[in-house]
Each structure stands twice: as C-alpha cells, then as structure tokens.
Write a protein that binds this ligand. Sequence first.
Ligand SMILES: Cc1cc2nc3c(=O)[nH]c(=O)nc-3n(C[C@H](O)[C@H](O)[C@H](O)COP(=O)(O)OP(=O)(O)OC[C@H]3O[C@@H](n4cnc5c(N)ncnc54)[C@H](O)[C@@H]3O)c2cc1C
Length: 391
Amino acid sequence: MAKTVDAIIIGAGVQGASLAFHLARRGMGVTVLERGTFGGGATGRSSGLVRMHYDVEPESRLAWASFRYFRDWFEIVGGECGFTRTGFLKFVAPEYRDELAANVQMHQHIGIPSFLIMAPDVRRLAPMIEVADDETAAFEPESGYADPTATTAGFLSAAREMGAHLVQGHAVTEVTAEHGRVTGVRTDGETYSGDVVVDAAGAWAGEVAGLVGLDLPLEVWRHDVAYISRPSGIGTTHPTVIDDANAMYFRPEGRELTLVALEDGNEIGDFSPDRETSSTAPGFAGRVADRITRRMPAMAEGTLHSMHSGQDGITSDQHAIIGSAGPDGFYLCCGFSGTGFKIAPAVGESLAELIAEGGNRSTVDLAPFSLARFREGRELVGEHAYEAIWR
Ligand SMILES: Cc1cc2nc3c(=O)[nH]c(=O)nc-3n(C[C@H](O)[C@H](O)[C@H](O)COP(=O)(O)OP(=O)(O)OC[C@H]3O[C@@H](n4cnc5c(N)ncnc54)[C@H](O)[C@@H]3O)c2cc1C
C-alpha cells in the first residue's frame, strides 16, 4: 500500500536536507528519498566556502539570508555545522576592478559586511598573501567556510525530530501524475503518494525531471580539489580567498591543511554523473602548485596531502533552477552549478514558503531562478558581471 505524505523530496544532499527542515518546521509531513546515502553527491565533496560575494544580486541575497544559519547554527538548527570564520578576500583580474567596486557597493546596499581594501590593508590582514601594489580586493570579515556533511546531517536530524522521514538506498524510478498534477513517486521498493514532489537530485536532476517529461538545460560539471600540508611559516590559518586573477580559490582546512581548487580546466558536458570521484584530471597537482605559490609564495614548501573530485549539475548561466515546473505540485531545486552549498539554508527556507504558503514573501524572491528564464532569454547575468567562474 502506498505511503502517504505531504511532500516527497528526491535527494538527500544539502538542498534536500535544508528543504526537509524548513517544510517540517511548517508542520508538513516530509519524506526524503535518497538513492545512496545522504551527502553522497556534490555535497560530500563540496569545498564548503561561505561568502556573499557574487555578481548577481539575487544570489548574494540568498547567501546573505543563509549566513545567519551558519553563524547561529546551534540556536537555529541545533548541533554543529563546522562554520569557521576566517575572513574572505576576493581578487579579480585587472580588467574587472570597476566591477569589483560596483559589486561591493551592491553587497553593502543589501547589508552584507563587505569592503574594498587596498594592497597595504591586504598585507596587514594576511602577510602570507602576495599582492601587487595596485591591486584591490573585496573583504568580507564575517565569511569563511563550513562542513557540508555536518550541515546536511544537522538539517536532516532536526527535520527528523520534527517528524520527517529519510529513506536511504532507494532510487526514485517513477513520478506519477494524474490530470496534470503529481500524485506521488515509485522507488525500486515502495510507492509513496503526495501532492508535492521536489527534484533535489543534484547532477542527476535532469534524469529525475525527465520522469515528468521536462527537459532541463543541465549538464554535469566535474571539479578537482587538492589539500596541501601548510608549511609552518604560514601559521595556523589564513583567509578564505577567491582569486579570479589566478583562476583559483583556497581556504584553510583546519590548522594544518590548505584546500586549493581551480576555476579553469573543469570538465562540463553530457557525461554520466555516476563517474568515480576519487581521481583528478592529469596535471592537476602541478597546476595547483603553480597557482597557489603565485598568491602564497611560502606554499612552495608545502606538500601534497590528498586530492579528489566532485560533480554537480550546471546550467548555461551557471545559476540554479528553483521553483515549480511541469505538472502541478512538481518543483525543481537543482542546477546549483558548483556554488550551491552556502545558499542552501535560504533556498530551503524560500522554497518552503513557496510550497507551504504559496509565495515566498519574507525570505528571498526565487522568481529570477525559474526554469522559464532559459526559454524566455532572461538568463541570470550580473549588472557588473565577471567572466563565468567555471571554464
Ligand atoms: C568539488 C566541489 C566543490 C564545491 N565547493 C563549493 C563551495 O565551496 N561552496 C559552495 O557554496 N558550493 C560548492 N560546491 C557546490 C555545492 O556543493 C553543490 O551545489 C551542492 O552540494 C548541491 O547540493 P544538492 O543537494 O543539490 O546535490 P547533491 O549533494 O548532489 O545531492 C543530490 C542527491 O540526490 C540523490 N539522487 C539522485 N538521483 C536520485 C533518485 N533518482 N532517487 C533518489 N535520490 C537521488 C543523489 O544520490 C544525491 O545524494 C562544490 C561542489 C563540488 C562538487
């Protein structure tokens, strides 16, 4: 016999977990169906950067509305999300300096603590960082990184305490609909009926959307990450940095390691999201060493600790698809394009408002993230846009 619930969420990554928490908080009966184990997709591989700097205002608003969750996690959700405040610096290539200043203004207008700082301030703040005399950086003193697996576990555990169910090891193979409205899903073992079905299946979201006849503009993005043992001269921490000028980002991982990843050389295409993620692209370690020593020369004394890869669904404008699409009651929460961790708390909150209350008025307006934008020529581009981050 079918199990009846109010809402069925497909996928227990950070997005499915956040939505489960927010729907359960609104009193809805929620079941999260996960084909593997929670956090086993992009979330478990995520670098976990928590910053508000984007060139697209709606995304900065989502990141800012999410920030208070990371900062006050224990009070809002309970347990630990591993948030570590390191301060965040954003460097851009010389031709984007005007855009950097304009985007910092946009962030300040939203209320985000963000400042434009000059080279001497960067040196005072982070002496281990090499900066040219004419370089400027955006500085977010409150930002840092968190632990994506702990964040997901925290959301799920709080959701379960409020009555939600998590079923792991069962893939959704069918979404059922009648008279243009979803009626539930089937997995390899069970049938669930419910009026709301949410596709939060990460890099697999296109397959799931295909079950209701939707064709998503979604490809798979593959991204390599390295961990380097930090030489003692650098100290026990350093800021979290996105360095577009050198097409990389890095952050401390605890007191001894530095995580480094590159903005270029990421494979994007129509390949299987089921590929293994234990290997990295040929030559990746050498490219990482070359880039990180340009910005932190003392890292030349560092040693490679480990490397892995991860995969996420990516859209053509590199921003998420969130909102209703297809049959009534079917929602998309996918296409996070390699930057979906830090915005998950507010995405879940805003989407829960949309589902449970019929409109997301109090948190962040999700309309700019609709699927319709792709066919209507309204792809998300910042007013003061940088080059696409992943290439
Ligand atoms: C290497 C890497 C580094 C990143 N770094 C950052 C960062 O620093 N900051 C940031 O904000 N973002 C970052 N991201 C992006 C961020 O991690 C992702 O956008 C986010 O985790 C996506 O979460 P999700 O829940 O949508 O997807 P996922 O975590 O992929 O979860 C989807 C889940 O759906 C399940 N599933 C799929 N099909 C089915 C089915 N048919 N039935 C049931 N379950 C199904 C999968 O098993 C999976 O567990 C990074 C991503 C990667 C890969």
